[in-house]
Design a protein around this ligand. Structure first.
Ligand SMILES: Cc1cc2nc3c(=O)[nH]c(=O)nc-3n(C[C@H](O)[C@H](O)[C@H](O)COP(=O)(O)OP(=O)(O)OC[C@H]3O[C@@H](n4cnc5c(N)ncnc54)[C@H](O)[C@@H]3O)c2cc1C
Length: 1011
């Protein structure tokens, strides 16, 4: 066996002779395809091409047309279709105008004409329905071009039509995103049904050696492609064991039946994050005794991944060990945009090649590898690119691999002349034929439209733009430019979340939890550790009998000592240059980053936060340090407005001693954010963490000390809120209080701090962030797959214990019932478990008080509304403070359930007749923190931007997870004082602005540098 030389290097060995062979095969395919092309063309097909290419020169129009295609199946009547078409076209116009604003006048004139035409598409009358019907007809036609069948009977008919053209098939079942276990069951049943039905339906068809023949045995006629994520609603690489168990539970019966009925099963490959787990499941199941000698299985490998070479080598080694070959469907990969965007958003390495030519070269290299190793890895070359196909053919011919040992695969509705050409050349060609209804089919259709119209598409270059054949057949190695990866502009970038699809990260996390041992922590006052003889026990909410550690408990004497220490540190710290104070935060960030897993483990144990949520909190703390350090450097730059004879200097300086009072739900990030802002602005700080999370707070105090904070600049004072809170807030030497927590406590602090005490020489500055009663509006045209997963994540992430959490859904009457039932099913599928379990989606609530309070709210809610669903925590009830999710329906908008914060896993679902009513309900509470909208109507989205008045509004995404520097976070009304943390204004709240003016004119003489 030839070893796969790493990455692209293998291709460098392509000889001139082989390159000539590739060229001549390529020209031959082109010649045959061009000859066969007219017979496959017809006026309707030409109309499709024209429409698909309509937007090619106009990216805005293309985007909006594809969005229209995406939303169409969700629209119930012709009025809605006409309205959306008008809105999307208007949106395209607006964007185009913005771009062309500096362009020539002609564009403006054409734009105006367009606008008048578009605006004439009415909702009603006779024209609107006509336009709507025409648009819907065309989209349905396009869908039928790429989607072979709506149901199994139609699929059989489509397969028979394909076989008449001597084409094989593999059936792909289209479906909505699997958000709950009952949907995964339905998927499995669909696969099982097809596996039973198809071989029977196809058995009587005549044997065609080109499609069905193989050297040793006939190939199965029924061939089905399976996506593993469709077999488990909680498919998540963070929990490989739990995911494998659930997936295999549904996959084994599929494989068993396929083997019995003589069907072939191929696993599709999805996004990069699922790749390792998909491969691992494939290998482990097929190594089991009952499947080990079964040859009729395969898996897709994506050549655009940098890891493709290693994965193929690994599969070859594994197949040799297995003793039976498997098929490799070699594809380039369908998620290129997604992978690059997700990696960039998270700050992760980009897993795909960045140049199309690199992907093409990787594809050829991989094709060569599987062809060389065809005894172990049976090659299924899946591409529509004539150069890629010719290269694979040339490799096979040069290695003497017979035609029946390799097959070519293409998508239904694409590259028909190329398929015909290969068939004519005696090759086996299999068509990937999707089957499904229009609604789930739209996402697939949009992917195909994007692929066909992409700038990088071979089909577009070859068959639309008619680029010269020589150019199209050129070796990709000659086209690689090795473009350096784009360098992010000099700006703040967030600390990447840990990628738990990486095994090393999972191992490090599990080890950190295992290694954690309980400890005792003293107070920190004036740079010295202080113990008081009294302790706060920190309890693990997942296991209430376990103590995570102890912290010294501060009382009133320690309040006095801490304020005195901070006051003593103030003069020097205020005068410390801003760049040095910023340097301190940078060092704290580095220390926290260096202890990432250990800190995450503490949060998992101390606060019952699931892995990903705890990890995000540590990352946010690091972000706050780095962001405020950067902001401080900006704020401290000299500012002023000088005139001749007058010098004006504006500057900011510290307010004085600061107290930060933090909650337990973001126990590191919020405490760190408020304290870092105070410190970098020059205010010595006294940190008062929540009683439930003193241990993680002690780590922050330790990090400040280690980073070199002078004595007294950072003081750590855990204690009971009612005992030391008022003393800190009311202390005459405290100038600033930053608080995040409940509304009752926040308003109390506001009141206490407003009264000056004897000896107090300043007005106290209060920065308060309180709760929310956050709503998500779901419009009639919303993408319900997205809405369900966004709502579930926003509502039940960390058991709803976030001020940003969703607690109300306001659904349009038309989608209310289906949304409610999908929400219930999706929530039912969430795993309730102790937080240290990587598969935990719902952990415990923080403590016994919260447990009681949430239960009382649920009991009261049941009197006000209909309890639509309540989960059960089973045996965990005695172990920790576990509360299962609850969903209420028919909730009166003015009820306590719909207006008061609960801070637990409780959701109210309300219904609204339209956007007017939805906005009235959403805005009709005294909170204004976060809110969300799921809609595909540009006009409704625009209206929500204006009228949904909350601090953080999220459109078509979850409403939690604000990132520092990207989504400054904080609300108004009774949610807070309008000071958004992690944003450009935040630091100024911690400082006093001053202005110094000097008259530099002396007896008519102005210094020359000011003249
Ligand atoms: C039978 C079959 C099964 C398939 N199954 C899967 C599957 O399981 N999983 C999956 O992901 N895809 C799958 N695909 C889809 C396949 O990945 C796309 O059809 C394919 O990417 C198009 O490649 P091409 O060779 O036909 O076209 P080409 O036009 O030659 O290549 C387009 C491809 O190049 C890559 N590309 C585009 N721009 C860049 C860039 N700037 N830098 C680097 N690379 C770039 C992308 O992968 C893009 O799709 C399947 C396709 C077929 C035919």
């Amino acid at each position: 066996m030839v070893c796969f030389r790493r990455g692209l290097a293998n291709n460098l060995g392509v000889t001139a002779e082989l390159e000539d062979r590739i060229g001549s095969l390529g020209h031959e395919i082109f010649a045959r395809a061009n000859r066969l092309s007219p017979s496959l063309n017809n006026p309707i097909r030409r109309l499709d091409e024209w429409i698909m290419n309509l937007g090619l020169g106009n990216q805005q129009l293309k985007t909006q047309l594809f969005r229209f295609v995406d939303v169409l199946p969700a629209l119930r009547d012709s009025q809605a279709v006409a309205r959306h078409l008008r809105e999307y076209l208007q949106e395209a116009m607006r964007q185009r105008q913005r771009m062309d604003s500096a362009g020539p006048l002609a564009l403006w004139q054409r734009a105006a004409l367009w606008r008048r035409t578009v605006e004439r598409i009415p909702d009603d009358g006779w024209l609107g329905p006509m336009v709507a019907a025409a648009a819907a007809w065309q989209v349905r036609r396009m869908a039928r071009r790429f989607i072979a069948a709506g149901d199994p009977d139609e699929a059989v008919a489509a397969i028979i039509r394909l076989r008449r053209r001597r084409l094989g098939f593999t059936l792909d079942v289209l479906g909505e995103a699997v958000v709950c276990e009952s949907e995964a069951d339905q998927y499995q049943q669909q696969y099982l049904g097809l596996i039973e039905a198809l071989p029977r339906a196809l058995a009587s068809l005549e044997f065609d050696p080109q499609i069905d023949g193989d050297a040793s045995r006939p190939l199965p006629r029924a061939n089905i492609s399976v996506k593993l994520s469709s077999l488990f609603s909680q498919f998540d690489p963070i929990d490989p064991q739990g995911t494998s168990q659930a997936v295999c539970g549904r996959l084994r019966p599929i494989l068993r039946l396929a083997r019995r009925c003589g069907a072939f099963i191929n696993l599709d490959m999805e996004q990069w994050a699922f790749k390792d787990l998909t491969l691992q499941i494939f290998k482990s199941v097929l190594m089991e005794d009952e499947f080990r000698d079964w040859p009729d299985v395969g898996i897709a490998i994506q050549a655009y991944l940098r890891s493709a070479a290693d994965d193929l080598q690994d599969l070859a080694d594994w197949a040799r060990q297995r003793g039976t070959a498997v098929w490799i469907r070699l594809v380039k990969g369908a998620y290129w945009d997604y992978e690059t965007v997700i990696a960039a958003q998270n700050g992760w390495p980009i897993p795909v090649f960045l140049e199309k030519a690199q992907t093409d070269a990787s594809f050829e290299s991989a094709a060569e590898f599987v062809i060389e190793n065809h005894a172990l890895l049976r090659p299924a070359i899946a591409s529509h690119n004539i150069r890629s196909l010719a290269a694979a053919l040339a490799f096979a011919q040069s290695r003497g691999v017979p035609a029946d040992q390799i097959e070519f695969q293409m998508l239904y509705g694409m590259a028909e002349p190329v398929k015909a050409a290969l068939v004519e050349m005696g090759q086996r060609v299999r068509v990937y034929a999707p089957m499904g209804r229009l609604l789930p089919g739209m996402a697939y259709l949009v992917r195909r439209l994007l692929e066909n119209t992409s700038n990088e598409s071979f089909l577009r270059a070859g068959f639309v733009e008619r680029a010269p054949e020589e150019q199209l057949l050129m070796s990709p190695l000659l086209q690689i430019r090795n473009k350096p990866a784009p360098v992010a502009p000099e700006q703040f970038s967030n600390e990447p979340p840990t990628d738990f699809s990486v095994e090393a990260a999972r191992r490090a996390m599990a080890k950190a939890i295992e290694d954690y041992s309980s400890d005792r922590y003293p107070l920190l006052i004036g740079g010295r550790p202080v113990v008081t003889g009294e302790w706060i026990d920190s309890i693990n909410p997942s296991h209430k009998s376990r103590t995570v550690g102890r912290c010294a408990k501060a009382g009133l004497p320690q309040v006095e000592q801490a304020v005195a220490a901070a006051k003593a540190a103030l003069p020097a710290w205020r005068q410390t240059p801003a760049r040095d104070r910023a340097g301190l935060l940078d060092r704290v960030a580095d220390i926290l980053a260096g202890r990432r897993f250990a800190l995450t483990a503490i949060e998992v144990l101390e606060c019952g936060k699931p892995w990903r949520e705890a990890d995000a909190d540590i990352a946010e703390a690091i972000d706050f340090c780095r962001y405020y350090a950067q902001q401080m450097r900006l704020v401290s730059r000299p500012q002023g407005n000088d005139l001749a004879g007058e010098q004006n200097q504006w500057l900011y300086e510290a307010r004085g001693v600061a107290v930060t009072i933090a909650p337990w739900n973001f126990p590191l990030a919020i405490l760190c954010g408020m304290s870092a802002a105070a410190v970098v602005a020059g205010n010595p700080v006294i940190m008062k963490p929540a009683e439930q999370s003193p241990i993680i707070a002690a780590q922050l105090a330790g990090a400040f000390t280690e980073a070199g904070a002078p004595p007294g600049v950072v003081n750590y004072l855990p204690g009971i809120g009612e005992e030391i809170g008022p003393a800190l807030v009311e202390h005459p030497d405290v100038a600033l209080i930053a608080f995040t927590g409940s509304r009752a406590v926040g308003l109390g602090i506001n009141q206490q701090a407003s009264r000056p005490r004897p000896g107090q020489e300043h007005v106290k500055r209060i920065i308060i962030e309180m709760g929310g009663k956050n709503a998500i509006i779901v419009d009639a045209d919303a993408d319900l797959d997205e809405a369900v997963s966004g709502i579930v994540s926003s509502t039940f992430g960390y058991s709803g214990q976030k001020c940003s959490a969703c607690s109300r859904v306001v659904a349009h009457r038309e989608v209310h019932d289906v949304l409610l039932s999908r929400l219930i099913e999706a929530t039912r599928s969430l795993k309730i478990a102790p937080a240290e379990d990587p598969g935990c989606r719902i952990g415990p609530v923080i403590d016994a008080d919260a447990f009681t309070r949430i239960h009382q709210a649920v009991e009261r809610g049941a009197r006000e509304a209909k309890l639509a669903w309540a989960g059960a925590v089973g045996s965990l009830a005695d172990e920790g403070f576990f509360i299962a999710p609850h969903i209420f329906a028919q909730v009166p908008p003015a009820s306590a359930l719909a207006t008061e914060e609960i801070f637990g896993p409780v959701l109210s679902v309300l219904s609204a007749d339209g956007l007017d009513e939805a906005l009235a309900i959403a805005n009709g509470v005294s909170y204004a923190l976060t809110g969300g909208v799921y809609s595909r109507s540009p006009a409704n989205i625009e209206r929500c931007r204006r009228e949904f008045r909350v601090g953080n509004l999220y459109i078509n995404r979850k409403i939690t997870g604000a990132l520092v520097g990207r989504q400054p976070f904080g609300g108004f009304k009774l949610s807070g004082g309008g000071t958004q943390a992690g944003g450009p204004d935040y630091l100024r709240h911690f400082m006093l602005p001053r202005c110094i003016t000097e008259n530099t004119l002396r007896h008519g003489f102005v210094p020359t540098d000011q003249g």
